[in-house]
Design a protein around this ligand. Structure first.
Ligand code: AMP
Ligand code: MG
Length: 335
């Protein structure tokens, strides 16, 4: 079978990235650039401007890293959603331009599916309950009855954004997750609200509570520690119930917050107790990147799902900022 080379473009939020893989599972290039701010969170138009200004450079670096020319690429995949529209548009327009100019099929990838498939690609997990915890998203997902389904999720703000929101209030800069992890090592427990509603979790009240305690003089280390312990415990509880419901024997932590060693440790403890296996997407691939888009893009291309081939089809490709994972078809998965 011909070795197919897929180039993936990621631009859903703060990261603009290009990843290149082939169908023999080789990672040929992985180049990323992150929009960051010292104070405050992500400003969508600023992030989009950053992506726009960096896109050619990132592409050229990726091709250089892979020692390939654009003509050697067989498929172009792009992050179609969910995400911030201004950022998504930059990636979509760039992918369409490349696809038309170099006459390559274009594949529209669900960014979340990219995270899920990448987690399986880089671990031994085959059919896990996914604990997907990124900046904007917090969802417990598993493949059941023909599609990826959401078993539980954060009702308002995702855990990553909740950590960032707290970090912003206490001047840790953006993103704050890894700084909170460091400070938490020196902290002790203070009581925080624990909010699990059915299979869903709610973080916004906890963050507000933490900010109030910070203003009252509770040490930042204690708040970081307690915020982590409480938020992670809520998610582990829901994950355990999803394992029980689906009968699956694997849990796989993915998304930017999967970089957190304490979270991985807590997931390990729970899984051990119920004879399941815990996996975490390798640190390097836990945040947004182009490889995740290339991986899902290649799977989709091989099963002819959401592939734009003719000029007319490619012209019609658009973003889908609210694309939920349970709306996705997964013809590459076997029932
Ligand atoms: P993503 O949206 O998947 O790129 O993930 C970004 C989110 O991960 C941000 O909200 C970060 O604060 C968070 N994050 C990154 N590293 C860590 C860490 N070590 N602990 C907790 N959260 C983290
Ligand atoms: Mg992401």
């Amino acid at each position: 079978m011909k070795n197919i080379i897929c180039l993936g473009i990621e631009s859903t939020a703060h990261t603009f990235a290009v990843g290149i893989i082939d169908s023999k599972k080789n990672v040929l290039a992985d180049v990323r650039n992150n929009y960051t701010t010292e104070r405050g969170g992500i400003i969508p138009m600023e992030a989009a401007k950053f992506h726009f200004e960096n896109k050619e450079n990132i592409l050229n670096k990726a091709l250089e890293e892979a020692k390939l020319k654009i003509d050697d690429i067989d498929i172009i995949a792009f992050s179609q959603g969910p995400g911030l529209s201004p950022s998504l548009i930059v990636g979509k327009d760039f992918a369409k331009y490349l696809s038309i100019k170099y006459q390559k099929p274009l594949v529209g990838v669900n960014h979340l599916c990219g995270h899920l498939e990448e987690g399986k690609f880089f671990t031994e997990a085959k059919d896990p309950v996914f604990v997907f915890v990124s900046g904007a998203n917090t969802q417990i997902i598993a493949y059941e009855a023909g599609k990826y389904r959401i078993f539980g999720e954060a009702l308002s703000v995702g855990l990553g954004n909740a950590l960032d929101k707290f970090g912003r209030e206490v001047n840790l800069g953006f993103p704050s997750g890894s700084k909170i992890e460091k400070l938490a090592k020196e902290g002790k427990y203070v009581e925080l609200p624990y909010v699990v509603k059915g299979m869903d979790v709610e973080f916004s009240g906890i963050v507000t509570h933490c900010i109030q305690l910070y203003k009252k003089g509770i040490p930042i280390e204690d708040l970081c520690y307690s915020l982590q312990e409480t938020g992670f415990a809520m998610l582990i509880e829901v994950t355990e119930r999803a394992l029980a419901h689906t009968g699956k024997k694997e849990a796989l932590l993915i998304g930017g917050v999967a970089a957190n060693q304490r979270f991985i440790e807590m997931l390990n403890i729970m899984c051990k107790e119920r004879n399941a296996k815990a996996y975490a997407c390798p640190l390097k691939y836990s945040g947004d990147n182009g490889i995740q888009i290339a991986i899902a893009g290649l799977l989709q291309y091989n099963s002819d799902y959401n592939v734009y081939k003719t000029g007319k089809e490619i012209e019609s490709a658009d973003i889908n900022p609210n694309w939920r994972i349970d709306e996705l078809k997964t013809p590459w998965m076997k029932n």
